[in-house]
Design a binder for this molecule. Structure first.
Ligand SMILES: [Zn+2]
Length: 318
């Protein structure tokens, strides 16, 4: 059942904007859902996966294309965990916003697997914002080595993921599959968890809800420096980073890609988390794709969805 549209739900907790008439918002919600239903019929015609959209700050699910898949499919989140890791490392003062690390690109074998960076070679070392925008595995593995110095030690990031909602078995009031975040038992497992590749399994809806909460904190009046860095990195991700395929002319989007291995590690799954507007997010979307990559397959689906939604967005600026 949908929660009632209270003034708070319409406006969001931090908004001082003009209250739109109830009927305008309700009609916009219907139009938005109808547009996405049509769009998803085409987008997921031959591609397996799903798309869901929620309001930031209201814990309100506005649309879900494939309810079973979105609630019952457990997947590794891959690099979609990086904004959470970056924010935490900065908050714990294990990383400074102006710090840099050189990534030469090329092969990156780790723990018997390959984590090669997909970004082009950069002319200079990467700061945290750019590393997030380019989803640089070499930078994040280097910085994640510091996690044992976190207040909760090697399990500090596991606790962060649990608190963020990655292990939630309910999202937007709906029951979801048994997501789980475990404590890493070794250094390698700790680093794999930092890349969303070990000790974390979640559902698309739980991941959407976690991003909704993360972005809600970005809208707070006391938005912290750590969150600003993460937000800028996600803005750059869509503008010129791994999420560039989601870019829509005239829409200020932010987001984060993710590509993770399946349970048997024989195939890949793609994620694209995206939100609008980038500076003060109101809506957040998850796209996940079976047998695909975040940047190459999930991001263009997200971009197409935002393009289709563009005529309906103004009502959600309130
Ligand atoms: Zn890199």
């Amino acid at each position: 059942m949908r929660p009632p549209l209270t003034r708070r739900a319409v406006l969001g907790p931090a908004s001082g904007a003009v209250l739109l008439p109830f009927r305008t918002v309700a009609a916009s919600r219907e139009a938005l859902a109808a547009t996405l239903r049509q769009y998803c019929l085409r987008a997921f015609n031959t591609t397996q996966g799903g798309l869901a959209l929620a309001r930031v700050g209201g814990n309100e699910l506005l649309f879900q294309s494939h309810p079973r898949a979105l609630r019952e499919t457990l997947r590794k989140p891959g690099s979609t965990v990086k904004p959470f890791l970056l924010r935490r490392l900065l908050e714990w003062e294990l990383l400074r916003p102006e710090e840099t690390f050189p990534c030469s690109g090329g092969p990156l074998p780790f723990a018997g697997r390959r984590f090669d960076c997909s970004h082009a070679q950069q002319g200079a070392p990467l700061d945290p914002t750019t590393a997030l925008a380019l989803s640089c595995n070499r930078c994040f593995l280097h910085w994640a080595e510091r996690l044992p110095r976190a207040p909760e030690g090697r399990s500090g990031f596991a606790e962060t993921l649990r608190r963020a909602g990655f292990s939630a078995r309910q999202a937007f009031g709906l029951r979801c599959a048994a997501a789980v975040v475990g404590n890493p038992s070794s250094r390698d497992e700790m680093l794999l968890q930092a890349l969303g590749e070990a000790q974390v399994l979640t559902t698309p809806l739980a991941l959407l809800s976690a991003y909704g909460r993360l972005l809600t904190s970005a809208n707070g009046v006391e938005e912290r420096a750590a969150m600003r860095v993460a937000l800028q990195g996600m803005h750059d991700c869509v503008r010129a980073g791994t999420g560039v395929e989601a870019r829509v002319e005239g829409l200020d989007l932010g987001g984060k890609t993710g590509t993770s291995t399946s349970a048997d590690r024989r195939s890949l799954n793609g994620w694209m988390l995206s939100f609008w507007p980038a500076a003060q997010p109101r809506l957040v979307m998850v796209v996940f794709v079976e047998n695909g990559r975040g940047g190459a397959e999930a991001a263009p689906i997200a971009g197409g969805a935002w393009r289709a939604l563009r005529p309906h967005l103004q009502a959600f600026m309130a």
